[in-house]
Structure formats: structure tokens, C-alpha cells
Design a protein around this ligand. Sequence first.
Ligand code: DX5
Ligand code: ZN
Length: 314
Amino acid sequence: MILFFLVYKQKSEFCSKNTLFSTIKKLRKVKFKNLVIHNSLMVLFFFGVAFSPGFRLHVVLALIPNATSNFFPTFDFQLLTFRYLCGQQQHKHKMKHTIIAPSVLAADFANLQRDIEMINNSQADWFHIDIMDGVFVPNISFGMPVLEAISKHAKKTVDVHLMIVDPDRYIKTFADLGANVLTVHFEACTHLHRTLQGVKAEGMKAGVAINPHTNVSLLEDVINDIDLVCLMSVNPGFGGQSFIENTYKKVKQLKEIIVRNGASTLIEIDGGVTSKNAVQLVEAGADVLVAGNFVFKAENPTQTIADLKKLTTF
Ligand code: DX5
Ligand code: ZN
């Protein structure tokens, strides 16, 4: 029955309107990430479609010819079926979409709005905002009025990384300034669990950053309370430093802790991220890549973000 309708549909619509070969050509033009369609596989594809749930639906619709030809042109419907199959395949392999977060610390502060709009119009997912107090780290970046100005124009998630002592004092302030993710340093919090609850109570996602010398195992008892762990891959305080290679090991260890505890914590990498280490970081378990100098010092920051996104989506 199914095969009969496959032949029927191909003869009456596939062949008469597009011809089978032009249909194959059209299908090959459709770009599906991670899926390379070879000529030889196309034959298998048509048989696969014939026995797929999608095709059975196709056949059912074919039984009411007037309705289907008006509302579901055959080619489009085959394409939908194909997409459905691809969707199943992608799901099986858990497609990884890495979050790219350009660090505004490396932007041109004399042209801040231009750089914010660049991120808005790029494939970046988040704005990464570094707040430094000159006490926790040996540098001062920018404070509340600048963050307020950034938030006013930012159209994407605002990820605020506090490199300050006693961050509890400012949780509400940063919520009011437009932070969506608020990350505090493990080394700066005496009562980390309480701080995390405070961040969440203000409606933000709670992040914890750890310095390169801090062991990830120290987070195990609070991992289910943490939305994001920011692994510092440089010593915090400055942009443009070299990536610390030990980070790969830490990503894997942290991923194990997250999985073991059934947590849904994201792993963010901050410092010295480039196209050279991005793939290995994502393969190790990273979900969010912060990139400052690599993006803003590039000749074409928008393209650099797109390249980083493409490289880490697989
Ligand atoms: C370092 C900051 C980073 C920094 C990253 O203290 O937390 O976010 O801006 O900059 P790059 O990517 O240049 O190392
Ligand atoms: Zn940062």
C-alpha cells in the first residue's frame, strides 16, 4: 500500500512537476549542519522516507488529493519529512550549540554604543560584562553608570562577572541595572550558598567563578544551586592574557560533577579563548565561551563571532 502510493505520488507530482532529478538537486542544495548528502545516499533516503512515520502521514494525506495538493505541495511536504528525519538524527547526537559571549572589557569605550550594536547584530548570544573593584583583582574596569548604559542598548542576555569582594552588598543593584546572569567569585564569598539564593531571589541566574588555582571539587556540595560555573582560564583582572592549559582538565572534572549530581549547570570559560582552543573546550564540556580580545581586536569582529559560533556548533 505504502509503496503503491510512493509510486503514485512520484509519477503524478514529483515527476510531472519537478522531475525526480531536479527534486534531488533541490534537496542537495538544502544545507543541514553535520549532514552531508551523497548521491548514493539519496536512493536510500527515498526508501527511508517511504517507511518513515512522516511518509505514512504523507500517504494518508495523499488519500485526500484535493486537500493535500492545495495545502501541502508534494515537494515541500517531502522536505518537511526530510527535516523531521534530520531532526531525529540531530536529537540522537545531541547537537551542541555553544553560547558565544563577547567580553565588553575589550571593546572600544570611546565607541561603546557602536560595539554594543555590533554584538546585537552578530551571532553572539550574550554580553559578558566584567566588573572589577581594584581589591579582589588588581584592576578597576567600570561601574554602575557604564553597565546601565550598556543594558539600555543590549538586546541579548547580560552576563555580569563580578570580580569584587563582598558581592552580597550589590546583588539588588545589579539586578536593577539589567543583569540576567550574576556571577560571583567563589574566593570572594564566605557564605556562597546564601549568596546564590540572594541572586536567584532577585530573578537572576546565579553563577560562580573560580580562579585557576581553585579546585572544581569545592563546588560539589552546591552544584545543584549553581546555574553557571565560570572557569577562569586566566588569572582574573585583565583581558588579553594567555590561556592556561590546565583548564581542559578542569572542564572535564567539572562536567563529571555536574553529571554525577544530575545538575543542569552551564560551564563557562573566561580568558584567552580563541579559535585555537574553542573546539577542545567544547568537546571537554564547555557550554559558554567568553572572548574579549579575540573578538574585538580582530579585523572583522562580526565575522570572528560567526566563525567561533560555527566552529563550536557540531
Ligand atoms: C578577565 C575577564 C575576562 C576578560 C577576557 O579578568 O574576566 O572576561 O575580559 O578577555 P580575553 O578574552 O581577552 O582574555
Ligand atoms: Zn569575565
